[in-house]
Design a protein around this ligand. Structure first.
Ligand SMILES: C[S@@+](CC[C@H](N)C(=O)[O-])C[C@H]1O[C@@H](n2cnc3c(N)ncnc32)[C@H](O)[C@@H]1O
Length: 265
């Protein structure tokens, strides 16, 4: 099965991954290498990554551009028969503002495809060496944020989501960490609930701060973390310190499934 698509005539939205240039997908790297024009999110994607994979491309930093301008550059590239990549940090589908870009391309009759990337939540979990879904602790991961200039629907307020008690990965909110803690304490979490903040995950200057809801805000301030960071919260974070409550059945020797016969020895 091939996922190859013709590059010209199609804008590729590509997830660059969380920072480390080796965390882009093989397909994303190939599309960048083949690109004539790259529009990249300069506030979050390292220019070095673009230089590494697309040294000869015409490069635009979208940080200083509006939607009409990025669309114009991409549309012009396609009209000129050039290969165009729109490069986003992490995975484009998470807080990537790609829907409106795709709608503009639809309006202009320009084709596009999306190549996923490693979202920063998974880079943070990797750095922490932490599984986010542990048996008998939490089997649900919620990606969310506090409202900023972008509002969050009332039914998804952190205080409401906090009633579930699942593993949370909170984007775009570290500068408001006191409010995050305040809202989480209105739900299933307690001051003892473990929390971690990972800043610039997979970058050379990444930072990790760990604590509980009682002290994480102070620790984050002390570490000087003000942006490009994730807040992870939930009882799964206890496992490394306190051991696991239960093991997964998946590799249990008595558990059989389609690919393995369970033989208890
Ligand atoms: C506009 S959102 C983009 C998210 C991106 N699409 C993703 O999948 O990771 C930017 C936010 O993502 C998070 N973020 C992005 N890269 C990060 C990294 N390397 N380390 C920690 N957090 C990161 C931060 O919360 C930041 O404020």
């Amino acid at each position: 099965m091939s996922f190859e698509v013709e590059n010209t005539g199609t804008v590729h939205f590509v997830g660059a991954g969380p920072g480390d240039a080796e965390l882009i997908t093989v397909k994303g790297a190939r599309l960048l290498r083949e690109a004539d024009v790259v529009v990249y999110a300069g506030s979050l994607v390292d220019r070095e990554l673009v230089r590494t994979y697309a040294p000869d491309a015409e490069v635009w930093d979208s940080a200083a551009m509006n939607l009409e301008e990025t669309t114009r550059v991409l549309a012009q590239a396609v009209a000129d028969g050039k290969r165009a990549v729109r490069l986003h940090t992490g995975d484009p589908s998470i807080y990537g503002a790609i829907q409106e870009q795709m709608a503009e391309l639809d309006r202009l009759g320009i084709g596009y495809a999306v190549v996923p990337g490693v979202t920063s939540a998974f880079a943070a979990a990797a750095i922490l060496k932490q599984e986010l879904t542990l048996p008998e602790v939490s089997q649900t991961v919620i990606i969310t944020r506090l409202a900023g200039r972008t509002p969050v629907p009332e039914r998804e307020s952190l205080a409401k989501i906090a009633q579930i008690g699942a593993t949370l990965v909170i984007y775009l909110s570290v500068s408001m960490i006191e409010r995050v803690v305040e809202e989480l304490l209105q739900g299933a979490y307690t001051p003892e609930t473990p929390a971690a903040v990972v800043a610039k995950a997979s970058w050379p200057d990444e930072q990790v701060v760990e604590g509980t809801l009682a002290d994480i805000a102070a620790k984050v301030k002390e570490a000087g973390i003000g942006k490009q960071a994730l807040i992870l919260v939930g009882d799964v974070l206890r496992a490394r310190r306190e051991g696991m409550k239960a093991r997964s059945l998946l590799y249990d020797k008595g558990f059989s499934h389609e690919f393995r016969t369970g033989i208890v020895t």
